[in-house]
Design a protein around this ligand. Structure first.
Ligand SMILES: NC(=O)c1ccc[n+]([C@@H]2O[C@H](COP(=O)([O-])OP(=O)(O)OC[C@H]3O[C@@H](n4cnc5c(N)ncnc54)[C@H](O)[C@@H]3O)[C@@H](O)[C@H]2O)c1
Length: 377
């Protein structure tokens, strides 16, 4: 069967992972790439044997089925809207948009045109997180009543080549990285009803320590530490910490506490990892994640750790879903709900009150052992 054709907009750091992912896929193929910086598009086009084109040319190309939006967050809504208006399905990097209102318009525009819209994060499709989903669905820890999320690092200015956007409106640790654990929580527990939070800025300015902007000062416009709580519709009460003000800590990425035991969920920034479960206060038992797609380590991090990183699984799933006429898992509805939760955390602090969450979404279908074939076909 012919692959679905992709056009990639935005040829920065993350585009390499998408182009590598597409090159391994039998369900999608990249036809062209574009960027407001033509040199960036040219470099990726030459490296991967695809065409570098202007955005208008990409939109006018009738062969392109899905536009993959890998621009900076501040450009996501405009690029996605223009692609939808040109009749393309859209898959966006996270955050889906900078505001909930913008994202809602995008979902409405896609629905009105009968087009698919999806968004990263897609890490919840990974073997580690799907194993946790199965444990929760099977009731291994009874009813999940509480939990805790921690994502805390020193920041972005010491590794990213162009870290300025992370500290502007549309950046910050909640929008940048909070979507990973929140998406996994919604995958396991369903939608959120309301949030509370306290947000702060560790520093007013930061200094870039990587090339090419080494030594330049960044003015911090957004909170860099957010502590909050998510009240899920199913009754679970989950503590949430996202921070770029932390050098070192000992907290787990996601812990779920149930009436019959606890689960340790691996880092939701990646697809695999170690899953552990306890029966009540018994010892932690490791649960195998093998036999499911998107779990085997395939990438080495700067610190030497090997991780499973299958960014683009959400695009594969969307392409397979379009073919099969079923809902895609990394859906616009879920991304919209997650964005409202993230915006709610910042508003809860700024307005010093509990913020009700109006949107909702269905939990995506689980990825079960054996489902990989369908996604990779
Ligand atoms: N870098 C990562 O590890 C990583 C991981 C996961 C997700 N993401 C997300 O992916 C997105 C891109 O991140 P990145 O790290 O690749 O950033 P980047 O700054 O390296 O690349 C962004 C690219 O988009 C281009 N661009 C900006 N506005 C545009 C527009 N209007 N039209 C066309 N091109 C435009 C820029 O010229 C640049 O080449 C962000 O939303 C980010 O949150 C990044």
């Amino acid at each position: 069967m012919q692959e679905m054709k992709l056009g990639i907009v935005g040829c920065g750091i993350i585009s390499e992972a998408y182009l590598l992912g597409a090159a391994r896929s039998r369900i999608v193929a990249v036809k062209s790439v574009t960027d407001i910086n033509p040199d960036a598009a040219k470099a990726r086009a030459e490296a991967f044997g695809v065409a570098a084109v202007g955005f208008e040319e990409m939109l006018a190309d009738r062969e392109i089925d899905i536009v993959v939006n890998l621009t900076v967050p501040q450009a996501h809504a405009e690029i996605s809207h223009r692609a939808l208006a040109a009749g393309k399905h859209v898959y966006s990097e996270k955050p889906f948009a900078v505001t909930y209102a913008e994202a809602r318009e995008m979902v409405q525009a896609a629905t009105a045109r009968g087009l698919r819209i999806g968004s990263a994060p897609d890490t919840f499709l990974g073997a580690g997180h799907q194993t946790v989903r199965t444990l929760v669905d099977e009731g291994r820890i009874g009813k999940v009543v509480a939990g805790a999320v921690t994502f805390a690092t020193p920041g972005m200015e010491m590794w990213h080549t162009n870290p300025f956007f992370f500290f502007q409106r549309g950046g910050g640790p909640v929008l940048d990285i909070g979507c990973y654990p929140i998406t996994q929580l919604v995958n396991c527990l369903g939608p959120v009803e309301s949030v509370v939070a306290h947000a702060s800025k560790g520093r007013e300015t930061r200094v870039v320590t990587t090339e090419p902007h080494n030594g330049r000062e960044i003015r911090v416009e957004v909170p860099t530490t957010v502590n909050g709580a998510l009240a899920f519709r199913n009754g679970a009460n989950i503590a949430f910490t996202a921070s770029w003000d932390v050098w070192k800590h000992t907290r787990q990425p996601i812990e779920l506490y149930g009436t019959e035991g606890s689960i340790l969920n691996p880092d939701p920034n990646f697809f695999g990892g170690t899953v552990k479960v306890s029966a009540k206060s018994g010892d932690w038992q490791e649960v195998s994640i093998s036999g499911r797609p998107f779990g085997a380590p395939n990438r080495e991090l700067r610190n030497g750790n090997r991780v499973a990183d299958y960014r683009m699984a959400g695009v594969f799933d969307m392409a397979a879903a379009i073919r099969a006429g079923r809902p895609h898992r990394a859906s616009g509805e879920m991304a919209l709900h997650v964005l409202e939760i993230m915006e709610g955390l910042e508003r809860a602090s700024a307005e010093d009150r509990r913020i009700p969450i109006e949107s909702t979404c269905e939990r995506p279908a689980p990825v079960l052992p054996g489902d990989g074939e369908e996604v990779f076909l």
